[in-house]
Design a protein around this ligand. Structure first.
Ligand code: CP
Ligand code: NVA
Length: 301
């Protein structure tokens, strides 16, 4: 693999190998402290970030590399000069580009016109680095990911898309429960269903939250993603039944709760669940760094 634009580019052995490497780097960080010596990575962010920005920056530092952050102050990528020229110039100095953009097509163009690896740090379509950290988090709890039942509840979005591809490649059973009109992209769902079938897994879509049962983990994300101008008050009522609270967790039989963060406390999830015993949110956040470091080591060394 040259780039990470979407998690669907992984084969199952590649994905399992990456998770294994992430576990190794997490356990023995000192062995990787020079892995990126002499390498410089540019991070290009059109949208705000806490976890992604900090975990890449500190992670690259822990691998002995250097990282340079360019934010929205530079204006939308492609405004002052074309994305193609932007990518070609960055490739003259940087060894990799990490990009968070509004449009997924911008990341595709960076990969097309640059000559160095490009890592998608979130676009309107995907959030592959998040899914890598999430599957690392589950792999620490379950020996065999193919036996895991994961339910995603809420708005079908970029995070859902990456989780779907990951679950499908790993042969998991993933149930996505959304209000009518808020399902993940139909094409992505069909591709994930085909991949899941190939790997002995299953992708199930439903609007019936009352029927959710027998799950290992429940995952939710914001009801309104960055760049979406929907008013929260307008959709609160529509999504009310999809809030992850203690009652839903216990009815679904789920031991673990997951969220990519930032969380909107009392909106898509209650404090009780976020701060509860089964909450994996801070492990997910920590694992962003380990999963991304494994990715950087695989792509750059
Ligand atoms: N989960 C995640 O990507 O967080 P940030 O938006 O803070 O980077
Ligand atoms: N779906 C969210 C994820 C934030 C990390 C968004 O795109 O805003």
């Amino acid at each position: 693999m040259k780039h990470l634009l979407s998690i669907k580019e992984f084969t199952q052995p590649q994905l399992l190998a990456l998770l294994k490497l992430a576990k190794e780097i997490k356990a023995q960080p000192a062995q990787y402290r020079h892995a990126l010596a002499g390498k410089s990575i540019v991070m290009l962010f059109e949208k705000p970030s806490l976890r992604t920005r900090v975990s890449f920056d500190i992670g690259i530092n822990k691998l002995g590399g250097h990282c340079l952050y360019l934010d929205q102050q530079n204006g939308d990528i492609g405004k002052r000069e074309s994305v193609a020229d932007f990518a070609a110039n960055l490739s003259c100095w940087a060894d990799a580009i990490v990009a968070r953009t509004y449009r997924h097509s911008t990341i595709e163009k960076l990969a097309k016109y640059g000559s160095v690896p490009v890592i998608n740090a979130l676009s309107d379509l995907y959030h592959p680095c998040q899914a890598l950290a999430d599957y690392l988090t589950l792999a620490e709890q379950f020996d065999d990911l193919s036996q895991v039942k994961l339910a995603y509840v809420g708005d079908g979005n970029n995070v859902t898309h990456s989780l779907l591809y990951g679950a499908a490649i790993l042969g998991m059973t993933m149930t996505v429960v959304c209000p009518e009109g808020h399902f993940p992209d139909g094409l992505i769902v069909s591709e994930a269903q085909a991949l899941a079938e190939q790997h002995g897994g299953k992708i199930i879509l439903s609007t019936n939250i009352a029927e959710l049962s027998d799950q290992d983990a429940i995952y939710t994300d914001t009801w309104i993603s960055m760049g979406d101008s929907t008013n929260l008050d307008d959709i609160k009522q529509k999504f009310a039944k999809f809030q992850v609270n203690k009652a839903l967790m216990s009815k679904a039989g789920a031991r673990y709760f997951m969220h990519c963060l930032p969380a909107h406390r009392g909106v898509e999830v209650t404090d009780e669940v976020l701060d509860g015993e089964g909450s994996l949110i801070l492990v997910q956040a920590e694992n962003r760094m380990h999963a991304q470091n494994a990715l950087l080591v695989s792509l750059l060394t």
